[in-house]
Design a protein around this ligand. Structure first.
Ligand code: CU
Length: 117
């Protein structure tokens, strides 16, 4: 085989390798983000008030208010933060799909929700 022949063969092999890898590529579910998704606590409210995330996502609440707040699930057991002073954070990883309502135990009118899909 001459030099041109080898080049042609190489191109052919490369093309089949690409085609083969595409055939065998399995669709994978989008992994949950590696960095936490943030909820801000400011001016007596959770922002966003309703957050939708993928299963396995860690949510991080940060108190940007100059007033202490907490983050407590409605059942008071799934998650419960300590009292967060200004710039304190609380994180929770949602490993099961569902709808999680929560509130601030210091100001029960402050409510929020995390929807886990
Ligand atoms: Cu509060």
């Amino acid at each position: 085989m001459n030099r041109k022949g080898y080049v042609c063969l190489f191109v052919l092999l490369a093309a089949s390798a690409v085609a083969w890898s595409r055939l065998n590529a399995k669709p994978v579910a989008a992994p949950p983000p590696a960095t936490p998704v943030e909820v801000r606590i400011d001016n007596f409210s959770f922002s966003p008030a309703t957050l939708t995330v993928a299963t396995g996502t860690t949510v991080k609440w940060t108190n940007r208010d100059d007033i202490p707040h907490t983050v407590v699930s409605d059942d008071k057991t799934t998650f419960k933060s300590k009292v967060l002073d200004t710039d304190d954070t609380f994180t929770f990883t949602f490993s099961k799909p569902g709808s999680y309502d929560y509130f601030c135990s210091v100001h029960p009118k402050m409510t929020g929700k995390v929807v886990v899909q």
